[in-house]
Design a protein around this ligand. Sequence first.
Ligand code: PLP
Length: 458
Amino acid sequence: MTDNNKIPYKIYLEESERPKQWYNVRADMKNKPAPLLNPGTLKPMTAEELNHVFCDELVKQELDDTTAYFDIPQEIQDFYKMYRPSPLVRAYCLEKALDTPAKIYYKFEGNNTSGSHKLNSAIAQAYYAKKQGLKGVTTETGAGQWGTALSMACAYLGLDCRVYMVKCSYEQKPFRREVMRTYGANVTPSPSESTQVGRKILAEHPGTSGSLGCAISEAVEDATTHEGYRYVLGSVLSQVLLHQSVIGLETKAALDKYGITPDIIIGCAGGGSNLGGLISPFMGEKLKGEKDYRIIAVEPASCPSLTRGKYAYDFCDTGMVCPLAKMYTLGSGFIPSPNHAGGLRYHGMSSVLSQLYDDGLMEAVSVEQTSVFEAATKFARIEGILPAPESSHAIKVAMDEALKCKETGEAKTIVFGLTGTGYFDMVAYGKYNDGEMSDYIPTDEDLAVGFAGLPKVD
Ligand SMILES: Cc1ncc(COP(=O)(O)O)c(C=O)c1O
């Protein structure tokens, strides 16, 4: 049933059609992502070592690259019911405005109070922490979306939540900070004076506006120096991609319901969790040779880890306290310019996506922020949703692909992830509206500084 008239503007799944299991794409990868390494011994991290930092059940998920499906615990399913299934929207208005034969769909994850897809993993991670009998969790947040999601999940389950928020976002987004505090979280701008690693980073980079890498180091130190606390991460790790597979599973179920097969799947890539989640079931089919899809990761030109990074072992954080991950990276010492898509300012990329990219199973492009805000503004006016700057990277490339279809006359089906709302990004929109936004693209010399700090691993 591919007749346009029969496809509604929004495809909602019934409650009974929601996924009951997460899908672990690693199980179907021939070339598995490289293991996390202990930075001291350079040997693969054991569960015992990881258990000091992360919750036990999450460590099991992290290390498991053979089990294809994990049951979603009933308590998490009940929470998901509060805001899922999320709609898959046929962007009829956008298609008309672009005058393209392409058929455009977007999976909208911004329909919950936290405002983004991050809640899908936040509730899972908070649930396992609670089940383990912990007092609380610590984390970092860039744009504030992850911190908000975790604050909501912790409030729901009665867990303490300590958030290190990248300083430039803390200053640019006071309202997001207050949402987190309203949900009971303790929010600290990072780098801060309250951790050893924060003090060290401040001494080395006075006046720094911070980065996700710095905030991770602080949150890990906080968790490992306080009894009853563990660190949770909103992206990058394979367990997070597993939880986010709910996005792709719902998307695929909705498309299958109407017999739609996408040609191109697009998502923004910060640490890789939404893109990894969106593409998982499609990539699974591609890996098994059942179907083929073009998959495109979109990153900011100011922080181009896939398009200009090196595929190497690196620290996940600036303070070098985390395990080493093999990933496309700009070097853990690379501090990106204060791009307004705070959630995409991360030096590395999920090991799963890095391996898939290295194997030629997906593409990556980088875009400049002024062109992203131009696309975001157009989208808001045409489709009505005010998108997050991160999500708008995917919008920009989806529009570009739809315009290529206009030139060639091809009616390709494009699906993209609309990960969140931009209500707390109005300082950024204000800069764009006032013509004060500029684009910063690091030079090869800038990148060389980050690469020089890569650890030597054979
Ligand atoms: C709305 C939104 N989209 C996308 C991202 C990027 O993260 P990831 O690559 O893990 O999906 C973020 C990160 O904070 C975000 O807030």
